[in-house]
Design a protein around this ligand. Structure first.
Ligand SMILES: [Zn+2]
Length: 296
């Protein structure tokens, strides 16, 4: 009897510990929110309510596959203040900003006792996704070929990769090589580990070489990280583009972005079990929990 209670207590304690320290999964991910901003929904997508405030996150997504770990996007990094002052034009600042404090992914990983990351895959090279590249010196920074070309022409402003973030000659760029293999309605794909658990797809439009990522976690549940095709999930559900003025600033090719929205909208209708996670949707991300909690 006492032995059974003892085993029960140990099992309970172990379960509590694993929930708290987020014992790492085989394949899973964890959302590292580095900063946030509350904005009117009307500024997030066409048809959004002017009076409703929605939470916008600036996140990095930590993906684990066996012993391999990488970040999908880097969030805002330690040098975001300096980068923003250098490369965000004054007239764009009222529309494109973030709230302090910023807690970079690097700091959050260190606090959790995790080793620095040596691989980052960018959904695209915009300022709020590439900011933390220089927090991980020497790390491989992976982009699609068209996005890599886009990043070789950095310029100030919200619609381009920033010189302060992507111009350093020391950056260890790598190019994602998509294969002409159809996947979930996309023309090409890249199965990162060859087992179908982490699959990248081209999601061009918002930038010339944006990519999306499917992840199948330990439980068998599937997720799709849709980058900045839309900023929030409601826009994908309702098949709506960004607020028109924002679209002019940030979408490289509006028509192609619209096609990507339609494609993801159809995908969601086809597969209701798929959870779509836009890069900035605070509500969708809060529902999944934050680092050091894992989705597994
Ligand atoms: Zn973007």
């Amino acid at each position: 009897m006492f032995r059974a209670i003892f085993i029960l207590l140990i099992a309970t304690a172990m379960h509590g510990a694993s929930a708290q320290n987020g014992a790492a999964p085989g394949v899973g991910f964890s959302i590292i929110a580095t900063a946030k901003l509350d904005v009117s929904e009307a500024l997030v997508y066409s048809g959004g309510s002017l009076g409703r405030q929605v939470r916008t996150n600036f996140s990095a997504f930590l993906v684990k596959h066996g012993e391999s770990v990488f970040l999908f996007d880097s969030g805002l990094g330690a040098n975001i203040g300096k980068q923003y002052r250098q490369d965000m034009p004054l007239w764009q600042r009222p529309f494109f900003k973030y709230d302090d404090p910023v807690t970079p992914a690097r700091i959050q990983l260190e606090r959790a006792g995790m080793a620095p990351i040596n691989k980052i895959i960018l959904s695209h090279a915009h300022w709020d996704h590439a900011s933390a590249i220089d927090d991980f010196p020497g790390a491989e920074i992976w982009l699609s070929a068209p996005e890599r070309a886009f990043a070789t022409q950095p310029k100030r402003g919200v619609g381009a990769p920033w010189p302060s973030q992507v111009a350093a000659p020391s950056i260890n760029w790598r190019t994602l090589e998509f294969k002409p293999v159809r996947y979930e309605g996309f023309d090409a794909s890249l199965d990162l580990y060859g087992d179908g658990t982490v699959v990248l797809v081209p999601l061009y439009g918002h930038t010339p070489g944006s990519v999306g990522m499917f992840v199948t976690v330990d439980s068998g549940k599937r997720y799709f990280f849709s980058g900045d095709v839309t900023w929030h999930l409601s826009a994908l559900k309702q098949e709506r583009p960004k607020f028109w003025a924002a679209r002019l600033f940030v979408d490289d090719d509006g028509d192609q972005t619209g096609q990507s929205i339609a494609q993801i909208h159809a995908l969601m209708a086809r597969d209701p079990g798929l959870t779509v996670v836009p890069a900035h949707d605070g509500a969708a991300q809060a529902a999944l929990g934050y680092f050091p909690q894992w989705v597994r």
